[in-house]
Design a protein around this ligand. Sequence first.
Ligand SMILES: Cc1ncc(COP(=O)(O)O)c(C=O)c1O
Length: 365
Amino acid sequence: MIPFGDLRAEFGEIGPEIHGAVNRVLESGWFVLGEEVRAFEEEFSSFVGVNHAVGVGNGTDAIQLALQALGVGAGDEVITAANTCVPTLTGICATGAVPRLVDVTADTLVMDYGSLEKAITDRTKAIVPVHLYGHPCPMSSIMAIAGNKNLVVVEDCAQAHGATLGGKQCGTFGHTAAFSFYPSKNLGAYGDGGAVVTSDQAVADKVTSLRNYGQTERYYHDDPGVNSRLDEIQAAILRTKLPYLKKWNERRRELASRYTEGLKNTPLTIPVEEPGAESSWHLYVVRTSNRDGLQQHLKDKGIGTVLHYPVPIHLQKAFAAMGYVKGDFPASEQACDEVLSLPLYPYMPEEHVDTVVKAIREFFG
Ligand SMILES: Cc1ncc(COP(=O)(O)O)c(C=O)c1O
């Protein structure tokens, strides 16, 4: 059996440290918005290279609160990519804004900035580029378009902890960025968690208030806000794991290179990095027109794979009201028919990569 992912091996290495961190919180008697969250916010903002991080309940809320803090709300339009996962849209819709979509490029499967300008209307207020699978979006082009049109940008970094572009981390390009710490992410909590990062003090202050029922000082509220706080136990766990992130990302990169080497000269389309871009290798996503056959073959061999994602956003029932139809975003539609994510996690043994490669080669004969 080769699982798609496995967090137990990680716990095998860092378990004693985690127990120590959790006990520290239990013994402190303080569980919400305390010293652990404050320290994690400081450590994570310095890791990303921005002035502020604000811990929130999850990555979806991080997108919502980042947009709201930038003034996005009902009546506005927010543009994102048709090839993303639903929570990007959930976060946008929660602000009351209307999501609009653009297609992705056929090679990296992230937002095609060439289509971006055409999607901008008088009501467009924000762009949410998604660094999908960990591959950075073309941020200098996106920021240039945003600058010309006076739009704000929230990077969706849920899959891109530690990914870089021109040596700068994802999360430092937009006006703000949203991170998820869902357990399977490159930096994952042992439960839900998220953060908004920004170098803008006013935006950080706004998110800090919004996450806590819009409170500015105790029992004084400027906005109804929401309840979306990173809790002390998750913050303590994230503080324990953050120092390992670089090493874990390097390990993901090594395993990804091993796949790339092993899968050369097969009919698969293998993932590429644009010049100057370093993926966080959150996912290793191959493509083939016989995706379902390959997935079944790997399943028969006990190898777990996942589809990220089987249905493009514009064809999800939930978003039918946007009025898009099949054919509107051909690259995203083709991606959804062809993508297959192979097992990849930092503690995956190299031999498992070799076994997956062998099974794929067998499939193609
Ligand atoms: C690209 C992307 N955006 C947003 C989210 C939402 O994060 P969360 O599950 O923490 O709400 C996720 C994770 O599921 C994601 O992968």
